[in-house]
Design a protein around this ligand. Sequence first.
Ligand SMILES: NC(=O)c1ccc[n+]([C@@H]2O[C@H](COP(=O)([O-])OP(=O)(O)OC[C@H]3O[C@@H](n4cnc5c(N)ncnc54)[C@H](OP(=O)(O)O)[C@@H]3O)[C@@H](O)[C@H]2O)c1
Length: 254
Amino acid sequence: MDIAVLGAAGTLGHHLVTHLEAAGHTVRALGRRTGVDAVTGAGLAEALQGTDLVIDTISTPSLSARRAVETHTRAAGNIARAAEQGGARRILCVSIAGAADPDVHRYFAYYRGKAAQEATYLEAALPVTLVRSTQWFEIAGLLLSQASIGPVALLPTMRMAPVAADRLAARIACEVEVDEDSTDRTFALRGPKELTSAQLVRRILARRGDIEGRSPRLVVELPYLGSAIAGGGLLPVDAEVDDMDLEEWLRTSV
Ligand SMILES: NC(=O)c1ccc[n+]([C@@H]2O[C@H](COP(=O)([O-])OP(=O)(O)OC[C@H]3O[C@@H](n4cnc5c(N)ncnc54)[C@H](OP(=O)(O)O)[C@@H]3O)[C@@H](O)[C@H]2O)c1
């Protein structure tokens, strides 16, 4: 297949490109650095012309709920239109398990944006595959970069079942082989063990000494993203369970 990956240079995107190419697909690796901006729509129509499948793995975080919803709605709408006009048969959107639940996204702008993104794709003309993943082990770096104050990391309590981004990429590469039909599809993937954000960060720090150059002396967590995120709203029911746990990920990832 000819597959367009938007966000191809990202944490998930670069693994995805590797798996799709290894499976023999022709991959269009797209993002702003290749002149394609999903939010403004610049370069999108040309980039998606004639592709079979469009995978949306871009990330457009925002601290404002209004802005997050606007940005995700606009990007998904632009991608859906360009994909349809370019002749694609399906769109695959990478989303976050639980994020569409109003209890979960009430206090978290980014997840509100993800809910709007899912809703926009579900209303699009082309069939969509929604991939709802739990958080990745790699989220530890992002959490520390966003929630460190000097030597203290004050993390939001998130009860998660983290999975490796590379395992999600491998699963998506299998999904694109599924016989095409015109129905919307959804699947969720989670890791094998539950951890909170502070447990994840502390265990990686204990093994590696730092996470992307950060080595806070104190790692604490508080439920400031709400009780649903702290209490299990990010744990999907009926998810496929990948078997790579944190220990294996620490042994095998760089
Ligand atoms: N992190 C997690 O634990 C987790 C868990 C579940 C699901 N997800 C979802 O997985 C997806 C990928 O996340 P990620 O962490 O891999 O993201 P990432 O590392 O931040 O990469 C996102 C990519 O999107 C591209 N991009 C950003 N804005 C764009 C725009 N306006 N137009 C075109 N490309 C744009 C960026 O490349 P350029 O700078 O070249 O544009 C970048 O390569 C997101 O939708 C996220 O919500 C993440």
